[in-house]
Design a protein around this ligand. Structure first.
Ligand SMILES: C[S@@+](CC[C@H](N)C(=O)[O-])C[C@H]1O[C@@H](n2cnc3c(N)ncnc32)[C@H](O)[C@@H]1O
Length: 342
């Protein structure tokens, strides 16, 4: 089995880990975790983990691990070296070191970068690997946590521009209640939807979740009670050239659908997105009861709600098994709770 390191984004670490675990499960990748914490996940697998990582919004990068070392008395020591079959002859490389948390060593990061650079140069001399800091073929990354150094070859990094292109403000139809793309993406990933499966969002609004599910390769159905939302959602789906979607005007408490593989949604809860006069708790409870009639056996339903509403209790009462509760602080008066149900 090969060893990898996933570098998780620092601002919402728990969400980052859970999103990656969900995508590994969705892509049927077996793995063993060696270390989880401090923004990193060291794991082993004999399958390709990039098919899962490429779906994620809360990972920075994936490294193919070369060594877990240490900086003792300011001397860099690399232990348990792993060979790198990826490296081809006559290519170029650069080394970057990032630190997580407080620096606990005297040495500065550029110095460590130079030492690691020399190490790579010496080790791949026979393959004529040369340094090129501006435009390297290979980027080696050292992640320094306290006095420990995790060192590897970057084999995937998040594409910020691609996520940005789907932000609510970049869509033809936009309403203030729409969630940022990275969260919509992570919530869709948490429902473990797979390519060609049927995904459903019963409070689809402008279609943020539907857009994310289609980029994963799912077929999607969206519904909303509001006719302007339906019109806007159709516009957005056309803009992202999605021909495999059905958008229906419907109340989420009376669903005109037979069976779906997974549900992810962002029900209304504030002045920005109206409940159309209905009590929020009643609406969520009724939608959960109705969803149970269309969700396939062992399918996941993921939804978000303000933490203070404690909507996971409604989900239990509606007969779901609560798998995870993930809190993400959005601003002073909103902590968004993401509730993963089966
Ligand atoms: C927070 S917004 C969803 C935003 C959406 N995720 C997006 O990307 O634009 C909630 C949506 O729920 C809809 N809604 C409110 N009550 C509903 C009901 N009873 N059935 C279906 N949709 C409803 C609202 O019209 C609104 O569009």
């Amino acid at each position: 089995m090969r060893k990898y390191l996933a570098h998780v984004r620092g601002n919402y670490q728990n969400l980052g880990y859970e999103e990656f675990f969900a995508t590994l499960e969705a892509e049927n990748i077996n793995y063993n975790v060696e270390k989880k914490g401090d923004q990193i996940l060291v794991f082993e697998t004999n399958q390709n983990p990039l098919v899962a990582a490429e779906r994620c919004a809360f990972l920075h990068s994936i490294l193919s691990l070369i060594s877990i070392g240490s900086v003792d008395e300011d001397e860099l020591k690399l232990h348990e070296l792993i060979s790198m079959p990826e490296i081809q002859d006559n290519k170029t490389f650069a080394v970057r070191v990032k630190k997580v948390g407080r620096k606990q060593i005297k040495k500065d990061l550029p110095q460590l970068e130079r030492e690691l650079g020399n190490f790579i140069y010496e080790n791949y001399k026979s393959q004529k690997l040369k340094a090129n800091l501006k435009n390297p073929d290979y980027l080696f990354l050292g992640i320094l946590i306290g006095k420990r150094m995790y060192f590897g070859l970057e084999i995937w990094a998040i594409n910020w521009a691609e996520l940005e292109s789907r932000e609510p403000g970049n869509r033809p139809f936009f309403r203030p209640g729409a969630m940022k793309t990275e969260f919509a993406r992570a919530i869709v990933n948490l429902c473990r939807i797979k390519r060609d499966e049927m995904f459903y969002d019963p409070f689809c609004g402008g279609g943020g979740f539907l857009i994310e599910a289609t980029t994963i390769g799912a077929n999607v159905i969206g519904s909303d009670v509001d006719k302007f939302a339906i019109h806007g959602c159709n516009q957005n789906m056309k803009f992202y050239k999605n021909n495999f979607s059905s958008i229906i005007r419907s109340d989420s408490r009376f669903l005109p659908i037979k069976e779906v593989d997974a549900i992810a949604t962002d029900p209304p809860y504030s002045i920005q997105s109206s409940t159309h006069g209905e009590n929020v708790n009643n609406l969520i409870y009724d939608f959960l009861i109705e969803s149970r009639t269309i969700l396939k056996k062992d399918g996941y339903l993921v939804f978000s709600s303000p933490a203070k509403h404690r909507s996971e209790l409604l989900a239990e009462r509606a007969g779901f098994s609560v798998q995870k509760v993930l809190d993400t602080r959005i601003h002073k008066s909103l902590t968004r709770r993401i509730i993963v149900l089966k």
